[in-house]
Design a protein around this ligand. Structure first.
Ligand SMILES: [Zn+2]
Length: 455
C-alpha cells in the first residue's frame, strides 16, 4: 500500500537537517555558477575514478581541490531524462520528461515545475545554457529561465564554439552574477570525431596503453548493423575514439579553468563537473546507452568545487543528479520548491550525508502507458532492480561491478524502502501522459535519428 505520509516524514526530516546545518555555517555566496557536463561520460573512464588510461589529466590534478562523489548516479538511461532531472531536482516519475514516441511526439517539462534556471534568474543571476540540441531543448521546456539558451543543432560541429561563447559572455557580464550550463556533446557517439591533433596528443600521452584496447572484440551482433556503430571494426576502436573525446573534454575543462583563473574569478565560482549518463562498450551485449540496469550507463562522475567554502574530499554516499539543484539553491540561499516531494538534498554538507540513502533511476518501457517500467534503487554498495517483468533483482557492488545475489535476506531494509517507494510511484505515475505533449518537427527528428535514438 501507499505509505505517502511515511515517505514525506523521512524527506521532511532530511530537509530539516540540511537546512539547519546550512544556517549555522554562513559562507559567502559564489558569484558564478557553472555546470560543465560531458555527455555519456561513464565514471570509470575518468582518471581520478581509477581509470588506467590518461583521459583526464587536468581534471585529475584538480580533483583534490573539490569534492569527488564516488557513487553518483543518473536518473535515466538517456540525455533527456537526465537533463530534466538536473534542471528540476526531480526524479523522472515527477518531471515526466522521459520519452519520445513513434508518432513523433515527446513529453515536455510540465509548466508547473520550476527549473533551476528560473530559480537562479529570480535570484538575480544572468542565465546562459549551451547544449547542442537547441531546438529540441526549447521544445521540451529545457530553455525555460535562461536569458540565452543556444548551441548548434548540427551534431558534427564540435564543442569548441560553446567554450568561445562562454568566454565572450563571461567577459561581457564580468561583474554580474552568472549561471552557465555548458553541455558538451563529446564523448557521445559517434566516437573519435575530433581534431587529429587532439587524438595524436592523447596517443602520445598514453604510449603503449593505446595497444591495450579490445581490438579483437567484435561488436555485439545486435549493434553491428546500427549505422551509429557500424563504422567501427571492433570494440577497441570505439573505446579508443571515446577516450580521445574524453581527453578533448579535459582540454576544454582546462581552458575554462585557466580562463577563470586569469579573470580572478575561480575563487568566486561554484563549479560542477558531471555527466548525464554513462556508456556501454559491449558489456552485457550492449553498446551505447539506453538501458539502466547496469553501472555502465547509470554510474557517472560528479565533482564539485566550492572554493569559498573550502569543502573538499571524497564522498562514498550515494548521490544523484537530482541533488545538484538543491545543492546550488542551498549554497546561494534560494529555497528550492516546497511541497514535500523533493527527494534531492544538498550534498555540500560539512556534517556528512545520509549513509543508507538509496536513489533511483527509471526507464520507461516503450509504448507502456501504465506500470513503472524499469526502476533501479541504488545505495552506496547495493542495488535493487525492478525489471521488465515486474520482478525484483538483488545485486551487490563489488569493485565497481554489480553481482547478482540470489539470497535477498541481506537486502531487507533496502527492499522495504524501495517497495514503499514503488507503491508510491505506482500511485502517481503515468496513468496518462504528462499533458505537456509536443510534436517534434522534421529537423528535430532528423537530429535524433543521427544520434541513433530513432530509426
Ligand atoms: Zn546524453
Amino acid at each position: 500500500m501507499i505509505k505517502k505520509a511515511h515517505i514525506y516524514i523521512v524527506v521532511g526530516l532530511l530537509a530539516a537537517a540540511y537546512f539547519t546545518s546550512n544556517t549555522v555555517i554562513r559562507r559567502s555566496r559564489p558569484k558564478n555558477i557553472i555546470i560543465f557536463l560531458a555527455d555519456a561520460l561513464r565514471y570509470d573512464h575518468v582518471g581520478c575514478y581509477g581509470y588506467d588510461k590518461k583521459t583526464t589529466p587536468f581534471i585529475d590534478q584538480k580533483a583534490a581541490e573539490g569534492v569527488l562523489y564516488e557513487n553518483a548516479f543518473t536518473t535515466g538511461q538517456w540525455t533527456i531524462t537526465a537533463v530534466a532531472s538536473l534542471f528540476t531536482g526531480l526524479y523522472p516519475f515527477q518531471h515526466r520528461t522521459t520519452d519520445l514516441y513513434e508518432d513523433g511526439t515527446a513529453d515536455a517539462l510540465p509548466s508547473g515545475i520550476t527549473t533551476l534556471a528560473e530559480l537562479l534568474a529570480g535570484g538575480g543571476y544572468k542565465t546562459y545554457g549551451f547544449y547542442g540540441m537547441t531546438a529540441i531543448s526549447h521544445r521540451l521546456g529545457f530553455a525555460r529561465g535562461f536569458d540565452l539558451y543556444a548551441g548548434n543543432d548540427n551534431y558534427s560541429i564540435n564543442d569548441y564554439s560553446r567554450l568561445a561563447e562562454f568566454k565572450r559572455l563571461f567577459l561581457e557580464y564580468k561583474d554580474e552574477k552568472k549561471f552557465f550550463y555548458l553541455h558538451f556533446q563529446s564523448p557521445h557517439e559517434p566516437y573519435g570525431d575530433i581534431d587529429e591533433a587532439v587524438k595524436e596528443k592523447f596517443r602520445n600521452e598514453n604510449g603503449e596503453r593505446v595497444n591495450s584496447y579490445p581490438y579483437g572484440e567484435d561488436l555485439p551482433a545486435k549493434f553491428s548493423t546500427n549505422p551509429v556503430f557500424a563504422r567501427y571494426n571492433n570494440i577497441g576502436e570505439c573505446m579508443l575514439g571515446y577516450d580521445e573525446e574524453i581527453y578533448l573534454i579535459d582540454t576544454f575543462f582546462r581552458e575554462m579553468w585557466e580562463f577563470l583563473e586569469r579573470m580572478n574569478a575561480l575563487e568566486d565560482t561554484l563549479l560542477i563537473f558531471c555527466a548525464d549518463h554513462g556508456e556501454h562498450f559491449g558489456e552485457y551485449g550492449i553498446m551505447g546507452h539506453g538501458y539502466i540496469k547496469y553501472e555502465e550507463t547509470t554510474h557517472i562522475p560528479l565533482i564539485i568545487w566550492d572554493f569559498k567554502s573550502g569543502i573538499r574530499g571524497r564522498v562514498k554516499e550515494a548521490v544523484s543528479l537530482i541533488d545538484i539543484m538543491p545543492t546550488i539553491c542551498s549554497r546561494i540561499g534560494i529555497e528550492p520548491e516546497k511541497g514535500g516531494h523533493n527527494y534531492g538534498i544538498n550534498i555540500l554538507k560539512r556534517s556528512g550525508l545520509p549513509s543508507k540513502r538509496g536513489i533511483i533511476a527509471e526507464q520507461r518501457i516503450p509504448g507502456a502507458t501504465d506500470g513503472l517500467g524499469i526502476v533501479m534503487y541504488r545505495t552506496a554498495d547495493k542495488k535493487l532492480f525492478l525489471n521488465e517483468k515486474d520482478n525484483l533483482e538483488y545485486m551487490k557492488i563489488v569493485n565497481g561491478r554489480q553481482e547478482p545475489m540470489n539470497d535477498p535476506s541481506d537486502f531487507v531494509p533496502e527492499q522495504k524502502v524501495f517497495t514503499e517507494l514503488l507503491d508510491y510511484m505506482r500511485g502517481v505515475y503515468y496513468k496518462a501522459r504528462a499533458g505537456d505533449i509536443r510534436k517534434l518537427d522534421k529537423d528535430e527528428l532528423k537530429n535524433l535519428k543521427e544520434l541513433g535514438y530513432l530509426q
